[in-house]
Design a protein around this ligand. Structure first.
Ligand SMILES: Nc1ncnc2c1ncn2[C@@H]1O[C@H](COP(=O)(O)OP(=O)(O)OP(=O)(O)O)[C@@H](O)[C@H]1O
Length: 447
């Protein structure tokens, strides 16, 4: 296994054998992925750790496995209730005790959790809370202080740490105060996990969290089962999407990302009229309606969800076969994150971007005239459009274009070769041309 040289596998109290046994017996997995063992070793050894990785890379194991082995409680700060509930459900299925104090908690449910935390050896191994809860809840801070004083505060986990950066598109202001945890609970190790971000945002996250001398681990970049393609949007977006879905996946689950609220509603209407079960999802809808839409989609009552960027973190539906963008995304980061909602079950999924020349002009106009943006933000957002346009127009491998944007990927690597079924459209046509040339040369020799 090629791990980060920064990590190591020395024989700690937590020997590699013990970690492997936990991986197999509790998590029901066979092998560690690249840098998981190294990150786990580092956090168990009380070092500060920063793990960066693509969608579905397996970042969660880097804190969940140590939480099971460490004495005391691991406190996880996570941005969304839905994400928290999803994690708790998965851990509970594995027999790991995880609780949350966020969301609609009655007094008695919260009291019972505080009671368990106050016990000499709390059964709770992972406590999930939102950053707002950390900032606003005195009882929570008291409980953390009590755990700390008794040596039972195992570590802090900052999940989706990209939310701390004002430059990223997931920015959440309440992440900004999390650095105080390091000062208030001296010596408690911190592990931050982030989706793929460009190097300046990575620096920005580390600076904002004020993590002391962290060990940085990078996990898999390349989503090998995603088949990327860009197509010209010919008519209204709906017709293109309908034809593509009907031809490729008439009955399977997928997402169509749209630009504005109305676009989602219109797209869902068009898809429904064409006989595909679709629902709309955007921030203009009441919270309850959004919940219903997501619930229907999760339960396959609705086949296609037509959504804005609001349909984001914490989507873990395993059988999403396609993510279509019916309009140009605003950045490579956004495109990478959203297209990565497919392929959670390891089978090939399609990421199609329907692009029209007009998209760039429309986005450019809207950003330039957005009075809520500072001059600096406008400049940054307009700058973010350039690499995504280049992605649309490139004749080279789309994977390389996408992943080298985040740094660390050699442009001469042939990433599409790792899975022939998920080869991008450009590599596919290049291969076809090669075959044609070989054939023609062969025929030429015969005549
Ligand atoms: N070592 C491993 N072997 C096989 N599967 C693994 C391994 N580690 C994690 N996984 C699986 O990979 C999937 C994704 O893991 P996880 O949810 O941790 O991803 P992530 O890095 O947090 O990505 P995202 O931010 O997109 O959620 C899960 O189904 C998990 O069980």
């Amino acid at each position: 296994m090629a791990g980060n040289p920064g990590g190591n596998c020395r024989d700690f109290d937590h020997s590699p054998e013990k970690l492997k046994a936990k991986l197999i017996n509790t998590f029901r997995l066979q092998e560690f992925r690249v840098n998981q063992l190294e990150a786990i070793n580092a956090t168990i050894s009380k070092e500060n750790v920063f793990v960066v990785g693509g969608n579905g890379a397996g970042k969660s194991l880097c804190y969940q496995l140590p939480a099971c082995l460490s004495a005391g409680v691991t406190v996880v700060i996570s941005p969304l209730i839905s994400l928290i509930q999803d994690q708790i459900q998965r851990l509970t299925e594995l027999g790991i005790v995880a609780r949350t104090l966020s969301g609609d908690k009655g007094h008695s449910a919260a009291d019972s959790i505080y009671q368990q935390l106050s016990e000499e050896d709390p059964i709770i191994k992972l406590l999930y809370v939102t950053p707002e809860k950390v900032r606003m809840s005195d009882p929570l801070i008291e409980a953390l202080k009590s755990l700390f004083d008794r040596g039972l505060l195992a570590r802090f986990v900052i999940d989706e740490a990209q939310c701390i950066s004002q430059w990223g598109y997931d920015f959440r202001p309440d992440y900004g105060t999390l650095n105080e945890l390091q000062q208030d609970f001296l010596g408690v190790p911190m592990i931050a996990l982030s989706g793929l971000v460009i190097p300046p945002i990575k620096e920005n996250i580390l600076k904002s969290l004020q993590m002391n001398d962290p060990q940085v681990f990078t996990m898999s970049f390349n989503p090998t089962n995603l088949k990327y393609a860009v197509k010209t949007r010919t008519q209204d977006g709906g017709t293109d999407c309908i034809s593509w879905i009907k031809e490729h996946y008439p009955h399977e689950s997928g997402i169509v990302y749209c630009w504005r609220h109305d676009d989602c509603d219109n797209m869902a209407d068009s898809l429904n009229e064409a006989g595909l079960l679709a629902c709309s999802y955007h921030a203009g809808m009441p919270y309850r309606d959004r919940e219903i839409a997501q619930h229907k989609w999760n339960g396959n009552e609705c086949q296609v969800i037509c959504a804005t960027v609001a349909f984001g973190m914490g989507i873990h539906k395993p059988d999403v076969r396609y993510v279509i963008h019916s309009f140009l995304p605003k950045s490579m980061e956004q495109y990478h994150r959203e297209s990565g909602r497919a392929d959670r079950d390891g089978n090939v999924s399609h990421c199609i971007l329907f692009y029209n020349n007009k998209d760039y002009k429309d986005l450019h106009y809207v950003i330039s005239h957005d009075d809520t943006l500072t001059k600096e933000s406008k400049k940054r957002e307009l700058g973010n459009l350039i690499p995504i346009i280049q992605y649309c127009y490139t004749k080279d491998c789309r994977r390389i274009q996408l992943l080298s944007y985040f740094g660390g990927v050699k442009t001469e690597a042939n990433l599409c070769e790792e899975n022939a079924e998920a080869i991008c459209d450009n590599c596919e046509s290049a291969n076809k041309k090669k075959v044609m040339n070989v054939k023609e040369e062969g025929e030429g020799e015969m005549t």
